[in-house]
Design a protein around this ligand. Structure first.
Ligand SMILES: Nc1ncnc2c1ncn2[C@@H]1O[C@H](COP(=O)(O)OP(=O)(O)OP(=O)(O)O)[C@@H](O)[C@H]1O
Length: 515
């Protein structure tokens, strides 16, 4: 018999939403001092289960025991009081405030004005030292990196006394180095007696840090396994219900004419800092060019410049030889550019529109969806249903609001819409962020298919593995410039890492930018 305390016990949890049983009689428990991974396909019901544990939803059936005591939570405040903290994927920090201010903000019952900020700062320093979470307590949030913001979120939960921490896809927004640091932090937390529930799609991370894994599929528990006794293939198969291939199969690229030509482009951000510095790059029909780089080296600015969201101050952007520099977003879309954006909530979907409406967000005004400025609902519905089917978007119907789809299914919907527009240039930014391994395989196949159909594909991903597997050529971006363009077949992770950190590569220097 194990003497380790069970800190969380969820018994027979059922939660229904219109048209779907998100959690179907789920039982799940977590022991003190363990990292318990929760794995499942997109829409499997992980976030729902955790939202229940965090007091955001009430289950329709089932019970929850925290430290052996039956509880009913009606809000996240109550969950906090019971020692449960959630580190969200989308950070909820107040940008102009300091780290300390953010940590103490909202930790009632004290009023903000009356808080002894010196004592609070001291407490923040103590907690950060105890768990190896180095932060500068006086730094302003808008000046710190994403990795640091996440530490502040973790500290916030610890400051409130959490001993059960839920991490919702914590590495999706981090660079590889930040991921390693987070793994260490998680280990520190459990060695100090905390318990962690980790939601992630990344099997590598599960294998590296977790003690146990519970897999759920379509709202039901498939099983719980000890991490040391399983492997990524078994986990993937448990999750998807069939074998998943991690290998990307593709034939040699046959690049043709230049579709996208970026010629000596320079751009500044709103703080007047030069973000693109005389950058040149080309993407041909029939090839995938991947961009590798540490976040913040100009990748977002580059994509925004190509798609008309960011003005450039000099240089030219040509599409099929036509000047698209500083043209409107609609002109660029009409010229044949599709864009799978980085942030699906901000720029990919209108969350309060139905999934069907989202499928025609950029084409609704054209035939067959509109005639004489009247939308033909039947055509929209037919089209949306075809995409939902083809791209396996799990939704009760096309009328369901985009907001209520799971994250991965929202992503599949955007991919469906952008790929189906039949573009000349497909820009895919973090296309598999937050999607499960089954869907990753599917999305990778679609991107290669686009390439083989003669499209130009520009891929940006912080997953180096993904860039290396999919790309034909890889452009390394560093401080707003293309540091090198290398052949994906010949390069190594080590070489890319070196270039991404600002190292120079003479071998690659020849193929720098436009040949
Ligand atoms: N508020 C809601 N209203 C209606 N349906 C919902 C709501 N929240 C979730 N669902 C549905 O419940 C199911 C489970 O979703 P959930 O977000 O829990 O999945 P998930 O496993 O976290 O997926 P992902 O990995 O894609 O984030 C999905 O079909 C989703 O569409």
């Amino acid at each position: 018999m194990s003497l380790v305390e069970t800190v969380v016990e969820m018994r027979g949890i059922t939660k229904r939403f219109p048209g779907i049983i998100a959690n179907d009689n789920i039982s799940f428990s977590v022991k003190k001092g363990e990292i318990h991974a929760l794995l499942g396909e997109n829409g499997a019901g992980k976030s729902t289960l955790m939202n229940i544990l965090f007091g955001l939803y009430e289950p329709d059936e089932g019970e929850i025991l925290i430290h052996g005591k039956k509880v009913r939570m009606k809000s996240s405040k109550e969950a906090n009081r019971l020692g449960i903290g959630m580190v969200h994927q989308h950070f909820m920090l107040v940008k102009p405030f300091t780290v300390t201010e953010n940590i103490i903000l909202g930790s009632e019952p004290v009023k903000f004005i009356s808080i002894d900020s010196k004592a609070a700062k001291q407490k923040v320093i103590e907690i950060s030292e105890q768990y190896g979470l180095a932060v500068n307590p006086d730094a302003i949030i808008s000046d710190i990196s994403v990795g640091m913001e996440q530490r502040v979120e973790i500290l916030k939960t610890l400051y409130r006394g959490a001993d059960i921490l839920i991490f919702d896809e914590p590495t999706a927004v981090l660079t590889p180095q930040e991921i390693n640091e987070l793994m260490k932090i998680m280990k520190n937390l459990v060695s100090e007696g905390k318990s962690i529930i980790l939601i992630t799609h990344k099997l590598k991370e599960i294998m590296a840090v977790s003690d146990n894994v519970t897999v759920i599929r379509r709202g039901k528990v498939v099983g719980t396994v000890q991490t040391s006794e399983t492997n990524p293939n078994e986990l993937a198969a448990m999750m998807v219900g069939k074998e998943v291939s991690f290998e990307v199969q593709k034939k040699e690229a046959e690049p043709k004419h230049v579709v996208l030509q970026i010629n000596k482009v320079t751009a500044f951000n709103e703080k007047k800092v030069k973000v693109l510095n005389d950058i040149s790059l080309e993407v041909r029909a029939g090839e995938i060019v991947g961009i590798a780089g540490v976040d913040g080296n100009g990748q977002s600015d580059l994509i925004e410049s190509i798609t008309g969201l960011h003005k450039v101050t000099s240089g030219k952007i040509l599409l099929n030889g036509k000047d698209m520099t500083n043209k409107s977003v609609r002109t660029i879309i009409e010229a044949g550019v599709s864009h799978i954006p980085e942030d699906r909530h901000r720029s990919g979907l209108i969350l309060d529109f139905s999934i069907g409406q989202n499928m025609v967000l950029e084409t609704y005004y054209k035939a067959p969806f509109s005639k004489n400025k009247v939308i033909n609902e039947k055509e929209v519905s037919k089209y949306a249903n075809r995409l939902i089917e083809e791209y396996d978007v799990r939704t009760p119907s096309e009328h369901t609001l985009a907001r209520s789809l799971s994250g991965g299914n929202q992503q599949k919907a955007i991919i469906a819409r952008e790929v189906d527009k039949n573009p000349d240039l497909l820009i895919a930014v973090q296309p598999t962020r937050g999607v499960d391994v089954g869907a990753i395989e599917f999305i990778h196949k679609r991107l290669i298919e686009q390439r083989d159909m003669g499209k130009a594909v520009l891929l940006i991903s912080f997953e180096l593995d993904e860039v290396m597997q999919l790309s034909d050529r890889i452009a390394v971006i560093y401080e707003g410039q293309i540091a090198a363009v290398v052949d994906a077949k010949e390069t190594t992770e080590k070489e890319l890492g070196y270039l991404m950190a600002g190292g120079t590569n003479n071998k690659a220097g020849d193929s720098h930018g436009i040949k």
